[in-house]
Design a protein around this ligand. Structure first.
Ligand code: F6P
Length: 325
């Protein structure tokens, strides 16, 4: 095992030491979460917790456990000013914010409906910096992100980071607990005929989304001239990881059922971090009408439509929207 460690990578990249400490705390929280996820059935932590989160969704015991792990681990970072979690309604302020302090946005356990069936789940996170002393604004566009990342609790536990240049993936070595670089400078392959959407919602889709998917489904004889494959894991972390590894596009569009909420997925701690990672790997991320990274949130738990992946596919979806205003 010769590949370099997460710390060595971050140090070589010249990051501020306080940012490295925070990223190491996040890595520790992901390691502890991976441990709890793997032992979930043995510790009686599957099923529902009997509580709901700010979005009114049923919380799983592991949603709460992972959230507590992140709070307890990351709150130690001396320059972390605030946390915004999917599981907590209010912003958690840890100190009086000073210019350059960090803001951490996270979804402690994304795709947690997969837990009971022992399928992949993940953690998504994003770091921004306080703009001025005393500035408590957390409603900032994705383009303000300093770092975006996720951990995937799959057959192997991996942490994928867009911090500085490019996108790197680190795999957790189960014996030592060390994350080591296994995939350097990840790039989304273009021209892959694979899309990812919850097709059970087809009857609620808008015309541009129907048109895009119809073109894909028409296969070799249709306008795309190629047979498409389809996948739906119901865990955005797993879908995005597959796209980084072998291309394709992930679609959670606006539809008649989620229109009143603005979409399905949360902007600040789900879609914006994934958009930063996807763009850093050469892809694109859009609502279908606007670039995700340019959106300025109006509230911490805001939802948005999400179209992300290989840029040629994302542009096609945007073109369909532009053609059908
Ligand atoms: O909450 C987010 C999430 O679990 C994503 O990880 C996933 O892509 C999506 O919801 C699954 O949605 P659905 O319930 O429509 O399959």
């Amino acid at each position: 095992m010769t590949s370099i460690t997460l710390r060595r990578h971050l140090t070589d990249a010249g990051h501020d030491s306080d940012l490295i400490f925070l990223l190491e705390d996040i890595a520790s929280a992901c390691r502890a979460t991976a441990y709890e996820v793997r032992n979930g059935p043995l510790k009686g932590n599957l099923g529902v917790a009997g509580s709901t989160n700010v979005q009114g969704e049923d919380q799983k015991p592991l949603d709460i456990i992972a959230n507590d792990i992140f709070l307890a681990t990351c709150a130690n970072s001396p320059r972390l000013a605030a946390l915004v979690s999917e599981e907590i309604e209010e912003v958690v302020w840890l100190k009086e914010p000073k210019k350059g302090d960090y803001l951490l946005f996270f979804d402690p356990l994304d795709g947690s409906s997969n837990l009971d069936t022992n399928l992949s789940v993940g953690t998504i996170f994003s770091i921004m910096q306080v703009a001025e002393d005393g500035d408590r604004n957390v409603l900032r566009p994705g383009s303000d992100q300093l770092v975006a990342g996720y951990a995937l609790y799959g057959p192997a536990t991996m942490m994928v980071l867009a911090a500085g240049k490019g996108v790197q993936s680190f795999t957790l070595h189960q014996g030592s607990g060390i994350f080591r670089l296994t995939h350097a400078d990840m790039k989304i392959p273009e021209g892959t005929a694979e899309f990812s959407i919850n097709a059970s919602r087809q009857r609620f889709w808008e015309p541009p989304m129907r048109a895009y998917v119809d073109d894909c489904l028409a296969g070799k004889d249709g306008p795309r001239g190629v047979d498409f494959n389809m996948r739906w894991v119901a865990s955005m972390v797993a879908e995005v990881h597959r796209i980084l590894m072998r291309g394709g596009v992930f679609l959670y569009p606006l539809d008649e059922k989620n229109r009143d909420m603005g979409g399905r997925l949360r902007l600040l701690y789900e879609v914006a971090p994934m958009a930063k990672i996807i763009e850093a790997a050469g892809g694109a991320a859009s609502t279908g009408r606007e670039r995700i990274m340019d959106l300025v949130p109006t509230e911490p738990h805001q939802r948005v439509p999400a179209i992300l992946g290989a840029s040629d596919e994302v542009w096609r979806v945007e073109a369909k929207h532009a053609a059908t205003p």
